[in-house]
Ligand binder design. Sequence first.
Ligand SMILES: Cc1ncc(COP(=O)(O)O)c(C=O)c1O
Length: 441
Amino acid sequence: MHNHRNQAGPLGRRMIDRDQAALSPSYGREYGLVVDRALGSEVWDVDGRRYIDFMAGVAVMNVGHRHPYVLQQVTEQLEKFWHICLSDFYYPQAIELAEKLQSIAPITDSRIYFGNSGTEAVEAALKLAMYQNGRSKFIGFLGSFHGRTLGSLSFTASKTVQRRRYKEGLSVYHVPYPNPYRPIFNGGNSETIGQAVIDYLENQIFQTLVSPDDIAGILLEPIQGEGGYIIPAPGFIKKLRALCDRHEILLIVDEIQSGAGRTGKWWAVDHEDIQPDILCFAKGVGGGFPIGGIIARSELMNWGPGAHGSTFGGNPIAAMAAQATLEVIEKEDLLKQAEESGTYLMDILIEIQSRHHSIDDVRGRGLMIGIEIVADKVTKKQAPALRNDIIEQAFQRGLLLIPCGASSIRFTPPLNIQRDLLDEGTEIFETALSAAEKKHR
Ligand SMILES: Cc1ncc(COP(=O)(O)O)c(C=O)c1O
């Protein structure tokens, strides 16, 4: 925090002091950014400094900050009503949003439940799975992040600090994520890395620790987010779907970070040619307003009144913001733009990689791109201090980046970011990278 204070301007510094005296220190702030306003893919701090936003409020602002159409729809809704409680009454804003989500769902016949956040979406998915099959145990993945409340936290396994001193709420068996760059089980090639995880589940976990008959669901990020922007080994998700079918286990995908067009398709599972049983959404769907929830197969979502609900979930303002956001993604062809800008950004990063010794892997889909910072490309030794310095140097030069995994940086700008900002941002990134490399030589 002391460091953050020094990074900020005079007004920012005063705010950080007041923040420290008033707010919970549990927030793990990245650097001393104190925001005043934002527009499109740019952010200004309280001292008037401008930044290019390559993190989009942690993969939330998919249509950019203050998109005029979202602003207009939200403003109109503010003139009508703000809250009435979807758990007790009906209103068109939530119904229309549910219908829109049904139309873009990767599940043929679906129903929607609304909460307010990612972690609530995961809680709803877990409860629905338990309600459905009467089983109470789950499979999760090492490196995953699913939220911070006690159910979702039982799965979260990206940093021990997030679990320290908390008793697990649910019984979860964690298995390795089939990471092709750093496989825990080295299956030999990228195809067999996925099979090795499936074999571990079938031949070890299900034979020695827990019967598959006791497993309610498997919770998977189709691209691991906080854990390092990792695309699983090819074919893995299809194999996992087959394993779930063999044992009547529900496949729950967490698309909280990877959804809402981020990867160039509505959902990351759209790249995989499978249908999940339950999908968790939040972040980008609300375009910056708090909304999350689940999309589940219709015949699964047959729990009765009172089985689950929420006072604020599906709030009319957030529902209108979400409708407007999804409409903008469609009307402005942002899925295509995410794919094209993703390729453009990835090509620049690969070029930068060729000029620098500390970037090893560059990976991603659409505008969900991660790069791996290493001390040595041969040993792949992780370099978290160097990684953190690159991010700090970028911030000082006017570029917002955030880390993921032990030694990676994520690039998740708004899907409609203009090319000149991508060019300017990547130039700042390379300057920051050179400065940090020099310091760590
Ligand atoms: C994949 C994933 N799941 C769940 C969450 C939790 O979302 P929230 O912070 O809205 O509870 C996040 C947030 O970063 C996430 O990336």
